[in-house]
Structure formats: structure tokens, C-alpha cells
Design a protein around this ligand. Sequence first.
Ligand SMILES: *Cc1c(COP(=O)(O)O)cnc(C)c1O
Length: 228
Amino acid sequence: MNVQDNYQTIRDNIDNICKRIGRNSDDIHVIAVTKYVSIERAKAALDAGVKHLGENREEGLNAKYQVLGNLAAWHFIGSLQTRKVKNIIDKVEYIHSLDRLSLAKEIDKRANKPIKCFVQVNVSGEESKHGCSPDELDHLVKELQSLSNIQVVGLMTMAPFTEDKDVIRACFKKLKRLQEKIQALQLPNAPCNELSMGMSNDYEIAIEEGATFIRIGTSLVGNESGGV
Ligand SMILES: *Cc1c(COP(=O)(O)O)cnc(C)c1O
């Protein structure tokens, strides 16, 4: 496991895809998802040139933040309980799991600066997945306009757990269409220019379909299953 080599491979893949489809590879931001790995492994990602770190639990975020705090932009990518907002809010620049008004109100109340939020959408409709339904999205984003510390920078989704690339692609295409709908509303607090989609197994498809933030754990920093 060499994080530097992994990152180079991923960046090369990004460059090749972008060249092929006419996108600018500078628009693709790699978030190293460090939930399965040690602080040392997270540090190795930063040394390799990664700028964004993502954690899905309060404990993991706090442990790594204590050591690596100002070296990275921090992303909270996991489902977030309202009562935990106060424990993470001063550390994160981005939250990828905003999916309900009650959570947004708590973020708005606890934050002392605008937080860049992705509204998580359950595009695939799987019951196990978090996120607001595509039908609720418009309404939720409009409601968020009264909350000055909530900035809707984009939408986030997780593809269904399947090997079927067509199913995965359809999910990402749908998120792109939802993004265009939100952009058309021209809401001041919801520019919605970003798309957080794509993980180790499907980031290449996600980039083809418009991802700007990809969240990569296993194929970048590995899985030690004993991370903090
Ligand atoms: C764990 C996780 C990832 C990274 O998954 P890998 O398959 O290891 O790349 C991305 N996004 C979210 C929300 C996650 O929980």
C-alpha cells in the first residue's frame, strides 16, 4: 500500500477521462476518505498532495483533526445526527449529508460562518440509503434559503450497491439533472455548482457524468479496518 502511488494512479485516470470528454481536470477534487485508516495513513495522503479529507463519524473526525487540523479541508460525509452537529461544526468546511430541515436548522444555529453543504439525495430510492427523495429536493432547498449559515454548494449521492455500470451511470445522470433544476431556481444561497459523487469503484463513471468532488477511501488510502 503506497498512498503516493495510489494518488498518482487516480490523478492519471482523472486526467485521461477529462481529456477524453473535454473536462478540465482541475475541476475534479479528490477527497481522501480516511474512516478505515490510521492518522498516519491520512497524513500520507496529505503528503502525496491530497487537500481534502473526509470522515463519516464524529470520533474519527475529531481524532484526526486534533493532529492534522489545519493541514486539510475537512469534509463530513456520513449521516449526521442533529445532536452531534455541535461536536463537529467548528472543524468542517463541507457537510455532504444534509438531508432534512431539522438538521439544517441545527447547523445554521451552531455554525459561526457559512458551511458549504451538499444536499444528499437518495436517487436510487433504496431504503437503506440516507438522503432526501428527488421529489422533496426543490422544496427542501427553498426552505434552506432562510438559513444564512447554510450554503448549498451542490448535491451528493451514493450509487446503488451493484456491479451494473448502467444502473450506476443512470443514478449519476439523475443527480446531474436534479442539479440543473436547482441551478435554474437561481437561489442566492444555492449556487449548486458542485456534484459529490463517485467512490473507489465508480469514480470514473461519476466524472464522466459531471462529478466535481469524488470521495475515495479504499483505492487511495486502503482499508486497515482499525482506523481511528
Ligand atoms: C466510505 C465512504 C466512501 C469511500 O468508499 P470507498 O469505496 O472505500 O472508496 C465514500 N463516500 C461515503 C459517504 C462513504 O461513507
